[in-house]
Design a protein around this ligand. Structure first.
Ligand code: SF4
Length: 492
């Protein structure tokens, strides 16, 4: 190792190639978190292990599983990937047939074990474990009010805010949980566990995905259906907006804690976050992404020698673009899968080259060619510029960028870690200005209408296809102004 690298700090609290700070190499949006719950299976912990493994792309920072044997909790949490945090010995201690599990992506400054979920508490009625995916917009306001009333918080997670609301209530758990859910505003998929019950709830707009499955007599809940496939469970249905499900010895109780609002599932799940083998709102994501690529071709065709997609999320859309136009799809870029967790800070020189650590252009494929490069989004623009330049360095004679989402202009309040509005390139620049900034020969974004049509291709249940598109059109489905105390991004 060179002296230069030796002199770099080894650990700064953020994985340098995963964060969204201004010095990060990759400025893509970050997955939020994933949740997985089991009720009524003696192998609940192993199912959770495999389920969380399937949801690993939603959060690589920390993970945890809490299991109940109806007498006491057994739980384990750790920093790192599921396969690193759990070993055979640990798994053997996680006995019981009710469980909740979590994978977490941490926002800057909150990378420590204390925030790893499930969070476990002891309160007047016994043990309580909670896990969530999403963000509570009014969490800072509620937290301040609770602190003024004497509550002491141990974490920075929104999940603890809900735990305090429940613990302060004198009502039975289910009623206390309903009251707490009515108090919070945001996008969330919550799981609450005691030694007798599993409670699962979705926000009133269904912003974050949550699906129910069955494995024999057991009930399974997961952020994405790919985890059901992994454990051999069947998809039953999505948890509905505003719904609260209770599982106990008497079976499943279906209820609502509030009136459902307009369905607004996060459109970025379709575009980028979720695995292509998952289904959401009845649509398979690989198929939906192919339709986005096909729609993109119809909206902004450009003649070229080959189409390539930025791996992995844009490959489906690139195939759709190629099928629609007849331009061959080629593997113009390769992703290095082993850059996920690196602790050594790069030198400035390496930082400039940084994108090549994660992506490489296939020179023999792109050399001398006019390339259409499909990507899912442009956040700050820095990654797009690096990828375009990488293709040019490898010999591409033209690089035409096609983005399968509208311009990303507004921060997310519902669980996606986005930069401030001023750092979102599309919030202040025109398409032509962005094209110049990323050094592309041409640039086009998928229209809002095109996205709706592509996603709603086999399921269109209300306007916008039941999607939130606030980061594109500023139409947030909930209140977002809490007198300056509102919280955006991810609150897990
Ligand atoms: S604002 Fe954008 S990223 Fe956030 S939930 Fe809505 S569509 Fe998803």
């Amino acid at each position: 190792m060179s002296d230069e690298l030796n002199n770099q700090p080894l650990w700064t609290g953020d994985y340098y190639n995963q964060g969204t700070g201004p010095n990060d190499i990759f400025d893509t949006l970050k997955e939020e978190c994933g949740v997985f719950g089991v009720y009524g299976h003696s192998g609940a912990a192993s199912l959770s292990y495999y389920g969380l493994h399937a949801l690993q792309h939603r959060g690589e920072e920390s993970c945890g599983i809490c299991v109940s044997d109806h007498t006491e909790f057994h739980y384990h949490r750790g920093m790192g990937l599921v396969k690193e945090v759990f070993d055979k010995e640990t798994m053997a201690t996680l006995t019981g047939d009710i469980s909740i599990g979590h994978v977490r992506y941490s926002t800057s400054g909150s990378s420590h074990l204390g925030n790893a979920q499930p969070l476990v508490f002891r309160y007047r009625a016994g043990e309580l474990a909670l896990a969530t995916n999403g963000n509570i917009v009014n969490a800072p306001q509620i937290r301040r009010e609770l602190e003024e009333m004497g509550s002491i918080f141990q974490t920075t997670s929104d999940t603890e805010v809900l735990a305090h609301l429940i613990a302060r209530s004198s009502k039975p758990l289910v009623e206390a949980a309903k009251e707490a859910f009515r108090r919070i505003v945001g996008g969330f998929a919550f799981m609450i566990m005691t030694n007798e019950q599993l409670i699962v709830a979705s926000d009133p707009n269904g912003l974050r995905p949550l699906t129910m499955g069955r494995l024999g007599d057991a009930y399974i809940f997961t952020s994405e259906t790919c985890a059901l496939e992994t454990i051999g469970a069947e998809i039953v249905r999505d948890v509905k907006p505003g719904e609260l499900l209770v599982l106990d010895q008497n079976g499943l109780h279906e209820d609502f804690y509030t009136e459902p609002q307009r369905k607004a599932l996060c459109s970025m799940e379709y575009i980028y976050f979720a695995r292509p083998d998952s289904d959401m709102n009845g649509a398979n994501l690989h198929s939906a992404r192919k339709r986005m690529g096909s729609m993109m071709a119809r909206e902004s065709f450009i003649d070229a020698d080959l189409v390539t997609g930025v791996p992995d999320s844009s490959i489906s859309a690139a195939i759709g673009y190629a099928e629609q136009t007849g331009i061959p799809y080629e593997l113009g870029m390769i992703k290095n899968k082993y850059t996920g967790r690196t602790f050594i800070q790069p030198s400035q020189e390496l930082r400039e080259q940084g994108v090549k650590m994660k992506l490489s252009a296939v020179r023999r494929v792109v050399e001398g060619k006019r390339v259409v490069m499909i990507d899912d989004s442009i956040v700050r623009g820095t990654t797009s510029r690096r990828i375009v330049n990488m293709l040019r360095d490898a010999g591409a004679i033209e690089v035409h960028v096609r983005i399968t989402s509208p311009p990303f202009k507004n921060p997310c309040f519902y669980g996606i870690d986005t930069p401030d509005r001023r750092d979102l390139i599309a919030s202040s620049k025109t398409v032509e200005e962005i094209r110049q900034e990323i050094n592309a020969d041409s640039l086009a974004f998928l229209s809002r209408e095109g996205l709706i049509e592509a996603v709603g291709g086999d399921n269109k249940d209300d306007y916008k296809g039941g999607m939130c598109m606030a980061c594109f059109d500023n139409d947030y489905p909930t209140q977002t102004d809490f007198g300056g105390e509102e919280q955006f991004g991810c609150g897990c």
